[in-house]
Design a protein around this ligand. Structure first.
Ligand code: AMP
Ligand code: MN
Ligand code: MN
Ligand code: MN
Length: 283
C-alpha cells in the first residue's frame, strides 16, 4: 500500500484587495477571512501599493497560512489601462517602492480633477469625503463610487461608473499610468512574477489580445489569470487557450474587495489540468 500523501492540497487565492486600496476589510481581516474560507496561500494585491503587506504577513503567520506578497499595478498599453498583478514581489525593491509613491501622487492628482468635475455637475465635497474614507490608502474610483452611492446621487457602484466615472462619462479623468513594459519590469526586477490580470475584462478582439500578449511576453510577463471571481467555464476555456498559445502559466484569484460583493475569497474553480500553475514559478 502506498503511503498516503502527507501534504494537504493547497488552496490558492492570488488576487484580492484590502483597505490599503479599495477593499473594505483591513489586511488582517482579509487574511482571517481567507483562512476561514479554506485558503492556504493568499496573495494580497492592492492597487498600486504594497502598504498592506506587512500587516497581512503578520496575520498570515499567526493564522498559519502562506502570504505571497503582491500588488496590482495599473499600466498603459496603446492608450488603454491594463492591470498587472505582481506575485512574490519584494516591496522594498527601491524602483518598485518609488513607483508606488509616484502612483499615490498620480492618484491624488486625478482625485482632485474627478472632484472638480463632479462639482461642476453640482455634486460638491467629493474630495474631502473620499480622502476621509481612504485615510492613507490609495484613492481609487471605487471610493468616488461609494461617495456617490452614499449621497444618493446613484443607485449602485455600477451606476456610479456608468453615469460618472467610466471612460467617456462626465467625471472621467485620463490618467498617465506607467508603460506596460515598465510595470512588468518593476515586478520582475523585484524578484516577482508578472501576471496579466482578468484578461477577458478588457473587451479586446482576438487580434488585439494576441498583440497585447505578445507585448506582455516580450516585456517579461510570465502568467495570466485564468480563473477569476466571476468567470464562467467557457471563459476559462478561452483564457486557457491564450495561455497555452503564449506559453504563459495560469493564475487564479477572486479579486475580492468586500464581503457584500458576491465574489468570495477562495471560492474558485480549479485551474485546468493542461495549464502550468503560476505558483510553480514562485519560490
Ligand atoms: P481605478 O484604479 O482608481 O481606476 O479604480 C478601478 C477600480 O474601480 C477597479 O479595481 C474596480 O474595483 C472598480 N471598477 C472599475 N470599473 C468598474 C465598474 N464598471 N463597476 C464597478 N466597479 C468598477
Ligand atoms: Mn479595485
Ligand atoms: Mn483589476
Ligand atoms: Mn483587483
Amino acid at each position: 500500500m502506498p503511503e498516503p500523501d502527507s501534504t494537504p492540497p493547497q488552496i490558492y487565492d492570488l488576487h484580492c484587495h484590502s483597505t490599503a486600496s479599495d477593499g473594505s476589510l483591513s489586511p488582517t481581516a482579509v487574511v482571517q477571512r481567507a483562512h476561514e474560507h479554506g485558503v492556504t496561500a493568499l496573495a494580497l494585491t492592492d492597487h498600486d501599493t504594497t502598504a498592506g503587506l506587512a500587516e497581512a504577513q503578520q496575520s498570515a503567520s499567526a493564522a498559519g497560512i502562506r502570504l505571497i506578497p503582491g500588488i496590482e499595478l495599473s499600466a498603459e498599453w496603446q492608450h488603454q489601462c491594463f492591470h498587472i498583478v505582481g506575485l512574490g514581489i519584494d516591496p522594498h525593491y527601491t524602483p518598485l517602492a518609488d513607483a508606488t509613491h509616484v502612483l499615490q501622487n498620480t492618484r491624488l492628482n486625478r482625485a482632485e480633477k474627478i472632484a472638480d468635475k463632479l462639482a461642476k455637475k453640482h455634486i460638491p465635497g467629493a474630495l474631502a469625503a473620499v480622502m476621509a474614507a481612504v485615510g492613507d490608502g490609495m484613492i481609487t474610483r471605487s471610493h468616488f463610487a461609494d461617495f456617490l452611492v452614499a449621497g444618493n446621487h446613484v443607485n449602485s457602484q455600477q451606476d456610479a461608473f456608468d453615469r460618472y466615472l467610466a471612460k467617456g462619462k462626465p467625471a472621467y479623468v485620463a490618467t498617465p499610468w506607467a508603460d506596460l513594459a515598465q510595470a512588468v519590469n518593476w515586478i520582475t526586477e523585484s524578484g516577482g512574477v508578472a501576471v496579466l490580470a482578468h484578461p477577458l475584462r478588457y473587451n479586446l478582439s482576438s487580434n488585439q489580445m494576441k498583440r497585447l500578449l505578445t507585448a506582455f511576453k516580450d516585456a517579461g510577463g510570465r502568467g495570466m489569470e485564468i480563473v477569476t471571481g466571476r468567470i464562467n467555464p467557457d471563459e476559462i476555456q478561452r483564457a486557457s487557450l491564450y495561455a497555452k498559445n503564449f506559453a504563459l502559466s495560469g493564475s487564479m484569484g477572486s479579486d475580492f474587495h468586500s464581503p457584500d460583493q458576491w465574489v468570495e475569497l477562495g471560492r474558485l474553480a480549479a485551474l485546468p489540468a493542461q495549464i502550468q500553475p503560476v505558483w510553480e514559478l514562485l519560490n
